[in-house]
Design a protein. Structure first.
Length: 274
């Protein structure tokens, strides 16, 4: 893989001179995308100290793939598409349940046990076993979604393909994301956390502890937390306005499974749902 990485990085440095018919270059690029598609490589992972490690060269391979690939007709009867990247197939053999209306691009990886309701998974993304991507939810390019996650209806997990060194969105294991949440620009949701409906999370959104009022982070929900969409007041020359934040209502015990009735009780106290 080190040799392939070096080849991709060299191709990127000379991308302006690449011909779309360069067979050697296209073979190397396809080899890298195939590693992603099979789950043998991944764009990002969590390191031993809890940091996000981004494998930049795989992002470069995706960008090169877009550059080199030709627009072609893709037939998935009764539908027809015109795109540069084909769709994944052989879901049954992979142990993945895919409901009609769902699609995943080649170069994404779905572990056995994933369930796709009518939804979309983009190139470079990875979705862990036992995770449900619910109706009209989207998993953007290079997003890393853990195991036993529920992305509820209409959730948007943003793609982060450029700049290549930027961290993608990370959703860790055992997370529940409420309907219509938008998690973008490399935000991160820690293991076991729950987000109520309509939460907006990106690196500029403060995450605040409801018990202390302290700002804990920007764009990172800590593990085993229950968070909801909120706002905090701020003075501007034109008046006082509410700016969005994520308010942590409760901390769960590490390893505590999500009891839906208990979660609903917590959230109803504050007029929200999951």
């Amino acid at each position: 893989m080190a040799d392939l990485r070096a080849t991709i990085e060299e191709l990127w440095e000379h991308r302006a001179d690449l011909s779309v018919d360069d067979a050697d270059a296209n073979h190397a690029i396809l080899e890298a995308i195939t590693l992603l598609d099979r789950g043998e490589a991944r764009v990002a992972e969590i390191g031993p100290a809890g940091e996000v490690i981004v494998h930049r060269w795989l992002k470069l391979a995706i960008l090169l793939y877009f550059k080199q690939a030709k627009l072609e007709t893709i037939e998935a009867p009764p539908f027809e598409y015109a795109d540069k990247i084909p769709l994944k197939n052989d879901f049954e053999a992979a142990g993945v349940r895919v409901v009609p209306g769902a699609s995943a691009r080649f170069g994404s990886f779905l572990e056995p046990g994933v369930i796709l309701m009518p939804s979309y998974v983009n190139v470079g993304a990875r979705v862990g076993s036992g995770t449900m991507v619910d109706t009209w939810a989207t998993v953007g390019s290079c997003a890393q979604v853990g195991r036993n996650v529920h992305l509820s209806g209409g959730v948007g997990i943003g793609g982060v393909l450029e700049p290549p060194q930027a961290s993608p969105v990370i959703i860790e294991d055992e997370v529940m994301v409420g309907s219509r949440c938008m998690i973008t620009q490399g935000a991160r949701v820690g293991e076991g956390s729950v987000l109520g409906e309509g939460v907006i999370l990106n690196p500029s959104i403060p995450v605040i502890d409801s018990q202390t009022g302290d700002e804990l982070s920007r764009g990172v929900v800590p593990a085993w937390s229950v968070g909801v969409q909120a706002s905090r007041r701020k003075e501007f020359p034109g008046g006082e306005f509410g700016l969005p934040c994520v308010l942590l209502l409760k901390r769960l015990a590490p390893g505590e499974r999500h009891d839906k009735s208990k979660l609903n009780e917590i959230l109803r106290e504050h007029g929200v749902s999951v």
